[in-house]
Design a binder for this molecule. Structure first.
Ligand code: ATP
Length: 249
């Protein structure tokens, strides 16, 4: 589904990603782990076309056989809107404080699909119920919801859109342990139900261990190790992975 080939990103002549190649297989959950500053978010930004203007990108990012990097900006954004959905670290920043959730979730989902508000409300009511969100969530403003509820609102959008690809950048790091586990369970359910391909970034090894099919270990802009969960946690090969895993247990 996703094939990253020899991607190098430089910002102000500094190497941020150095010759990265990996595959995100269709329908699987691939998790990228690594310390802060290792380049995980930069990789996601490269996929999303959200790198800062001064960044230079080399290499290819194939999605369903098309190299996104070579497409015109307009075609890139159409492709991303149609097939990708992204959940960022702090959902509070993803929503406007001045609009009710129903307007915002409508804008993120049904409006993109050219659907009416009536269609949106009928479908979204079931989804918010399924995610155990408050019955009146659509009538509330973001400040009336907890961080965990706001992240579940992002999951509600993903359930509505059923994207081919779900990208998530530290989606649990602003949540307490209880809400973290709840979010991961909901994400797993979404993945099983929609068979969505997931690329998730986290520095939390518990999160990685509980959800990943495949793990990529990043350090200093490079992938130093990759493997199944059991390989990474039970037989880490690279000294950095060994260090990460040792600190985890
Ligand atoms: N706009 C920018 N200008 C200059 N340097 C940047 C910019 N964005 C990121 N970097 C640098 O790129 C490197 C990788 O950052 P990135 O945010 O991708 O790492 P990360 O692994 O996602 O870390 P974190 O978990 O803290 O978000 C860091 O050294 C960071 O300082």
């Amino acid at each position: 589904m996703f094939k990253i080939e020899h991607v190098t990103v430089r910002i102000n002549e500094k190497f941020i990603l150095n010759d990265l190649s990996f595959t995100v297989p269709k329908g699987q959950i691939t998790v990228m782990i690594g310390e802060s500053g290792s380049g995980k978010s930069t990789m996601l930004s490269a996929i999303l076309g959200m790198l800062p203007a001064q960044a230079t990108v080399e290499g290819s990012i194939f999605f369903n056989g098309r190299n996104i990097v070579e497409l015109a900006k307009q075609d890139q954004s159409v492709l991303r809107q149609r097939h990708f959905f992204t959940i960022f670290q702090d959902a509070a920043n993803s929503f406007s404080p001045t609009q009710k959730m129903k307007q915002q979730l409508y804008g993120l989902t049904a409006l993109r699909m050219g659907q009416t508000k009536a269609v949106f409300l009928a479908k979204m009511k079931h989804i918010v119920q399924d995610l155990h969100l408050p019955a009146d969530v659509l009538e509330r403003y973001p400040f009336e919801l907890s961080g965990g509820m706001l992240q579940r609102c992002m999951l509600a959008c993903a359930l509505y859109l059923a994207p081919a690809v779900l990208l998530a950048d530290e989606p649990t790091s602003s949540l307490d342990m209880l809400h973290q586990q709840e979010f991961i369970q909901q994400l797993k359910r979404l993945h099983t139900r929609l068979e969505t391909t997931v690329l998730l970034i986290t520095h939390d090894l518990d999160v990685a261990a509980s959800i990943a099919d495949f793990i990529l270990v990043m350090k200093n802009g490079e992938i130093v190790e990759r493997g199944q969960v059991t390989e990474i946690f039970e037989q880490p090969k690279h000294p950095y992975t060994r260090q990460l895993v040792a600190h985890h247990f």
